[in-house]
Design a protein around this ligand. Structure first.
Ligand code: HEC
Ligand code: HEC
Ligand code: HEC
Ligand code: HEC
Ligand code: HEC
Ligand code: HEC
Ligand code: HEC
Ligand code: HEC
Length: 509
């Protein structure tokens, strides 16, 4: 089994000279776990109790390659008694070991150094850190508040626009979010239903080593564990089967990459590749990583384009490696920053949560050889099934879509800047129609435009995308012109906003 030999070797082969700084050994807990030998424990002992306690877990494990290769409960769950994730109250313990519940990628890295290293180099690894980080711009704070829902238990306003009950806690002066800050437990428990399930969070344990409900269980892509582990490898390889075949199926990406703001699932399904997949799924073989047209697949799926070994490209767990543009950002830009560092910052910190270890990371992260190298790699994927004329023409159109989107956005930016400088944006931005349109323009519709174009869905590129961007711009212009006209009349921006008639914003799905 090549993966369990020499972590050092595979990393050396992976990282080019310029990016050689990051090594798995930089996490002290990783070193500790790798060199740990529990005494007097066998897998059969675990099964003795857990066979009847957890029949589902045992069944999945029994059907896994792990079970066949002799990797059992012990290899993943048994840790030194003083390990950061040690479950101190487990009924069975040894002289030098106990059990961990929160198994992080530090454990996986003992045997899968290559996959963990690549994962840490990717944009996936910043999934939790980027929204938790609080830096100069206050981005993290704003992100956290976005997830504090508006309704609160306490609050003064009896009604909103005459609707009883709705107005509880809602104020129009920007203090709207604070209601739940007074009751952070309630808000945090709810965040655990939403953002965390896709992005991950910092896993927190009680004094016995049991994870807290505000943070666990979660399936998020990049949770930050007390031992410095980043990522839930189980986001794509659900436990305890940990199957590669399952992860290769597009459905394994689809539980996070969907919906109005990043509809890759829907985009794929409405592309020609998706149509072929849906009508000919029996032609796809997911039990192998080999990508041989006519034998293991007919057309590309998510994993083919973003991760697979194909046409000379190596298989990778760094999903950012083949991306030229950043398409989710408010204004698109080229990915010029090489490997992502957010995951490594936490890994190196060994689990310490601080401003230095929980960082936003770099939205420009991509391929260490630059955006054109990323594009060249993506073209190599296509070249297995399409000719150069086809592929080159196609990518010229993607680049055009990105540039056109940026033009719309620049226009919107100018109006926003002007309104802000004149005091013509409400302090409670979520009740300001101009601000809402601006948000939908980039966060929902502009992304759908770019993602639809990049992955071949005409419906998302046009009707759910640029068509609505174009409508947003017109509506924003109307509001802009109206506010400017009223400012001439009232001279006072506060009066302009107070006297503005309701302008309901239609959210475009
Ligand atoms: C004597 C019976 C027994 C044996 C043997 C045993 N366990 Fe447990 N295990 C339990 C019980 C009971 C719990 C629930 C403890 C609690 O929640 O306080 C538990 C809990 C756990 C949990 C945490 C579940 C959760 O989410 O709360 C894990 C993981 C675990 N055991 C793994 C193991 C492993 C690995 C072994 C073998 C080294 C093992 N157990 C051996 C009885 C046993
Ligand atoms: C390849 C590593 C691996 C092996 C082997 C493994 N586990 Fe786990 N186990 C995990 C991971 C990862 C989690 C989830 C941790 C998280 O979400 O933070 C987990 C979670 C659990 C949980 C809590 C989840 C729940 O649904 O309640 C239990 C209990 C558990 N394992 C028991 C076992 C038992 C018993 C065995 C042996 C049959 C076993 N595990 C084998 C990696 C493993
Ligand atoms: C003690 C070593 C060890 C640990 C720890 C370990 N694995 Fe494995 N893993 C293996 C071996 C051995 C195989 C089997 C390789 C084979 O049969 O080709 C394997 C295979 C896999 C596969 C491929 C399965 C397939 O269907 O081809 C995945 C995915 C995987 N492991 C994920 C994980 C994850 C996630 C963790 C951490 C939660 C983990 N492993 C922890 C040793 C380990
Ligand atoms: C259904 C899964 C899902 C949920 C729920 C979710 N996100 Fe995301 N989020 C994603 C995906 C997928 C992307 C990547 C989009 C892309 O690459 O185009 C993303 C991107 C982002 C980004 C941009 C990436 C960056 O580095 O700045 C931020 C910020 C963000 N999400 C914050 C949040 C917050 C805050 C919440 C909760 C209020 C949340 N997300 C809820 C899946 C989700
Ligand atoms: C558990 C949720 C989840 C699953 C499953 C998931 N992703 Fe992601 N993915 C995310 C989130 C969240 C982000 C945004 C990370 C950020 O920037 O904060 C993301 C970002 C990405 C990015 C952009 C990275 C960047 O640098 O901007 C790519 C590409 C990607 N995912 C591809 C995939 C593919 C392919 C699969 C399936 C094989 C997949 N993802 C499965 C949650 C998920
Ligand atoms: C975004 C989804 C995704 C995430 C997250 C993910 N994997 Fe995978 N993994 C895959 C896919 C897809 C494959 C199949 C790759 C191939 O065939 O080239 C795979 C294959 C593997 C294999 C088998 C490799 C082989 O050569 O047979 C191992 C081992 C593995 N993953 C471990 C991990 C570990 C450890 C983590 C956590 C750091 C992880 N994976 C996180 C999607 C994912
Ligand atoms: C035919 C190949 C192909 C398939 C299939 C495919 N993608 Fe993509 N994907 C691309 C290309 C091309 C880009 C844009 C790359 C660039 O920036 O030049 C992209 C971009 C992305 C991004 C980055 C978006 C951003 O905001 O920067 C994510 C996330 C993503 N794809 C996820 C997925 C998921 C999930 C699936 C399956 C549901 C999928 N892709 C299917 C080719 C593909
Ligand atoms: C494994 C083979 C395979 C790979 C890899 C692949 N495609 Fe395709 N693609 C197909 C097949 C088959 C069709 C259907 C052809 C038809 O419509 O007759 C198709 C259709 C398309 C279509 C729509 C058909 C048309 O004429 O407009 C586009 C666009 C496309 N592919 C772009 C790409 C791009 C871009 C890549 C690389 C990022 C790529 N494909 C990778 C097999 C593949």
């Amino acid at each position: 089994m090549k993966k369990i030999v020499g972590a050092g070797l595979s990393i050396a082969a992976l990282t080019s000279a310029a990016f050689a700084a990051n090594s798995l050994d930089s996490n002290p807990n990783y070193k500790k776990l790798k060199n740990f030998h529990p005494q007097g424990v066998s897998n059969d002992q675990c099964l003795m109790c857990h066979k009847t306690m957890d029949p589902g877990i045992i069944a999945d494990w029994k059907h896994s390659k792990h079970a066949k290769a002799g990797v059992g409960c012990v290899e993943c769950h048994v840790v030194p008694k003083d390990y950061p994730t040690a479950f101190k109250a487990h009924p069975m313990q040894g002289s030098n070991w106990t059990v961990q519940i929160a198994v992080s990628s530090v454990t996986c890295a003992k045997c899968h150094a290559k996959e963990v290293t690549e994962y840490l180099n990717s944009g996936h690894a910043r999934g939790a850190a980027q929204w938790l980080a609080v830096n100069g711009s206050g981005h993290g704070k704003a992100m956290t508040k976005l997830s504090y829902h508006y309704e609160s238990l306490k609050g003064n306003a009896p009604s909103l626009n005459g609707v009883k009950g709705l107005g509880k806690g809602i104020r129009t002066d920007g203090s709207v979010f604070q209601a739940n800050e007074k009751n952070p437990k309630l808000a945090d428990l709810n965040v655990a239903n939403i953002c965390i399930q896709c992005h991950g969070t910092t896993i927190k344990l009680d004094s016995q080593g049991k994870p807290l409900p505000t943070t666990w269980p979660n399936d998020g892509i990049a949770s930050l564990y007390p031992d410095g582990g980043v990522g839930n490898c189980l986001s794509c390889h659900s436990r305890h089967k940990f199957s590669a075949a399952e992860a290769r199926h597009p459905a394994s990406c689809g539980n996070c990459h969907l919906g109005p703001d990043h509809p890759m699932k829907e985009v794929f399904e409405s592309s020609v590749h998706g149509h072929i997949f849906d009508t000919n799924e029996e032609d796809y073989k997911f039990d192998t990583g080999e990508q041989i047209p006519g034998k293991t697949l007919r057309a590309a799926t998510c994993f083919t384009c973003h991760m697979a070994a194909i046409n000379g490209l190596k298989a990778t767990h760094n999903v950012s490696l083949r991306l030229k543009w950043n398409l989710w950002a408010p204004d698109s830009f080229l990915r010029t920053a090489g490997y992502e560092t957010a995951g490594w910052a936490f890994w190196k910190g060994g689990g310490k949560v601080s401003k230095k270890t929980v960082i936003r990371g770099n939205p420009k992260a991509g391929n260490p050889n630059g955006p054109e190298a990323a594009r060249a790699d993506m073209k190599k994927v296509c070249a297995v099934c399409h000719e150069a004329t086809f592929t080159n023409n196609y990518f010229q159109r993607i680049d055009a879509a990105v540039k056109i989107y940026n033009q719309y956005k620049t226009f919107a930016n100018k109006m926003m800047k002007d309104l802000k400088s004149k005091g013509l944006i409400k302090s409670d931005v979520w009740s300001d129609p101009f601000w809402k349109l601006y948000y939908y323009l980039w966060h929902h519709e502009g992304r759908r435009f770019r993602h639809g174009a990049a992955m071949g869905s005409p419906d998302y590129a046009h009707w759910h995308g640029v068509f609505q961007v174009m409508q947003d711009i017109r509506e924003m212009k109307d509001i802009y012109n109206y506010r400017m006209k009223m400012l001439k009349k009232y001279k006072d921006p506060k009066k302009v906003l107070e006297n503005e008639p309701p302008m309901p914003v239609v959210t475009h799905e």
